[in-house]
Ligand binder design. Structure first.
Ligand SMILES: [Zn+2]
Ligand SMILES: [Zn+2]
Length: 333
């Protein structure tokens, strides 16, 4: 099979490798679509995680082509998406329902072979049947599950006014789930015209280009989806007294956050972050299958494995036309 491998930071190769056989309790999936995520960018650049050499890709969907012994819930031919975080289910954190902090954590596309290959194997417990969903929509199960977890942590209440900083694919998912959760009058900060227009199409009441155009101290909940420390720091000034802040975007590792510490105290703010997801895949699928969350306008590019670095640089440049980029492993180069 054709496999994209990051040999070491900055060094990528598409090579022929044996198709992995499913062992007991494992499922073999032929990958149809695999989104490029910021984490893949960080692994390519050597900034974050990654056990090299690694086949990246943790946001993917495809069709089951084989199952190992003992697999019961998933069948050959099923259309599926995969939850990439593999928890051991037997450590102190797993047994306290904190699977996202499993002490023996592994992740497909980070420590285990990922979805940027024609085939991948995954433990059955990580595989979810996706019914009639398109493969591309199903590939959003993972990022959407992280968004569901984040919005639950944000504690949005009915009628809350919400500000969301950043309208990339994740910001646009946060926007939709925040609305479902009861957020109203959602304002989105986004510099790019096309993304701002998408935010309006997905239900934002308004979008603004500059952070100065947001109202200080006005929002019940402020969500950062940029990971830009200078913007993350401004969330504190935007939240109302007693309000909540969710830091969702991934900042560069080692970056410092300079917030007005006295303001956090005096204004009784709740600051939270959110790390991956915690058993949110079925919720994500229900949102996608019901149409409650739409990803129809979120895919901007479809690329063969050979164009991975091109896809990454499109994301890094962050052009107006770039939303989610899907790698299609069986697309000819
Ligand atoms: Zn991701
Ligand atoms: Zn564990």
């Amino acid at each position: 099979m054709r496999t994209l491998t990051i040999l070491e930071p900055g060094k990528v190769k598409v090579q022929d490798t044996p198709v992995p056989d499913p062992g007991p309790g494992e499922v073999q999936v032929k990958v149809a679509a695999c989104g490029i995520c910021g984490t893949d960018v960080h692994i390519l650049r050597g900034e974050y995680m990654g056990d090299y050499p690694i086949v990246p890709g943790h946001e993917f969907a495809g069709q089951v082509t084989a199952t190992g012994g003992g697999v019961a819930r998933i069948r050959v031919g099923d259309r599926v998406a995969v939850e990439p975080n593999i928890a051991c289910d037997n450590c102190r954190n797993c047994l306290n329902n904190r699977q996202n902090f499993c002490l023996n954590w592994e992740a497909i596309g980070v420590t285990l072979q990922g979805g940027m290959a024609e085939y991948v194997v995954a433990p059955e417990k990580a595989v979810f049947a996706t019914g009639e969903l398109s493969f591309e929509a199903a590939a959003f199960m993972e990022p959407l599950s992280c968004v569901v977890h984040g919005v639950e942590r944000a504690g949005i209440e009915l009628g809350d006014r919400v500000a969301i900083l950043g309208a990339g694919p994740i910001g646009l998912l946060l926007l939709q789930v925040a609305r479902l959760r009861g957020g109203v009058e959602i304002t989105v900060l986004e510099r790019q015209e096309a993304r701002g227009a998408l935010a309006e199409a997905y239900g934002a009441q308004r979008w603004v280009r500059d952070v100065e155009a947001l109202s200080a101290g006005a929002y019940d909940v402020v969500i950062d989806a940029t990971g830009v420390p200078a913007l993350m720091a401004q969330t504190v000034g935007l939240a109302r007294k007693g309000g909540k802040v969710l830091l969702f975007g991934v900042p560069p590792s080692g970056a410092e956050l300079a917030v007005d510490a006295f303001a956090v105290f005096e204004r009784g703010l709740t600051l939270r972050s959110s790390f991956t997801s915690r058993r949110n895949s079925y919720q994500a699928l229900a949102l996608l299958e019901s149409g409650a969350v739409s990803v129809d306008k979120l895919v901007s590019h479809r690329l063969p494995l050979e164009a991975f670095e091109q896809g990454v640089s499109l994301i890094e440049k962050g052009g107006d036309e770039v939303t989610k980029i899907m790698m299609v492993p069986d697309m000819a180069p």
